[in-house]
Design a protein around this ligand. Structure first.
Ligand code: BTN
Length: 233
């Protein structure tokens, strides 16, 4: 069952959730703003007052999928929640972003806390750019970042996302991958990617994903590769 802790402001809901004294499965921290929101690869996550910043604590003993499937499951939980609120065009940009009309409206950062070389808890951090009258993104984000308008309070949205995430994590990775693959942006298109395993930029066509949600890409010489980590730029 999902329970919610609501905070006005916090440095990072992910940091709070990792240090929280309980690891109750699906306990969800929600904040109105963050002073030190974190994104992937050490980036800052711009966290204006009015957005939705949440972290869901996952007890690894309660889930049916490997760690690397948690972010795809979270992307599906966010997308499907947005669809329920009428945002039907929301799509997933591999691996952890939700896009609407060509702009990023949500980012996901999944982290693990380990004890004695074993994952003790997983924290799924989700930041959604909810529309807010008074907010403008800093200039460097304006090209890429968008807002989403939802007619509901933040706790209800967070509750739905956490419930759906809990449900997905009980499914098989194959089931999640099948659904994830259907909601993917750039299918069949040629894109530029950063391959984190080799730290290189590459151009390739997106063919889909496999049962581990690795991105299947094809180079101009027709060779095929599966990326386990990286980013479409
Ligand atoms: C990304 O786009 O690189 C991932 C962004 C994840 C942001 C969320 S907001 C709630 C949670 N707390 C954080 O510090 N980060 C995540």
């Amino acid at each position: 069952m999902v329970s919610i802790i609501k905070l006005d402001t916090v440095d990072s809901t992910n940091r709070f959730a990792k240090q929280y004294n309980e690891k109750k499965h699906l306990l969800t921290i929600v904040a109105d703003t963050q002073t030190g929101g974190r994104g992937r690869v050490g980036r800052e996550f711009y966290s204006y007052n009015g957005g939705l910043y949440m972290s869901v604590i996952i007890d690894p003993s309660e889930i049916n999928v490997p760690f690397h499937i948690v972010t795809p499951a979270a992307a599906l939980a966010v997308r499907n929640t947005l669809v329920e609120y009428g945002v039907i065009q929301a799509k997933i940009k591999w691996v952890n972003d939700i896009y609407l009309d060509g702009k990023k409206i949500c980012g996901i950062l999944t982290e693990a806390k380990s004890e004695d070389n074993k994952i003790d808890r997983i924290v799924v951090g989700i930041g959604i750019n909810l529309f807010s009258e008074n907010t403008r993104f800093p200039e460097e984000l304006q090209v890429k970042a968008g807002y989403v308008k939802i007619d509901a309070n933040k706790e209800s949205v967070a509750q739905k996302i956490a419930e759906k995430l809990g449900d997905y994590l009980k499914k098989t990775k194959e089931k999640i991958a099948e659904e994830y693959g259907r909601e993917l942006l750039y299918l069949g298109q040629r894109v530029t990617l950063t391959d984190y395993s080799e730290n290189t930029q590459i151009a390739a066509k997106v063919l889909g994903i496999n049962e581990d949600c690795f991105l299947k890409i094809e180079f101009d010489d027709k060779t095929v590769k599966y990326l386990s980590s990286g980013e479409i730029v």
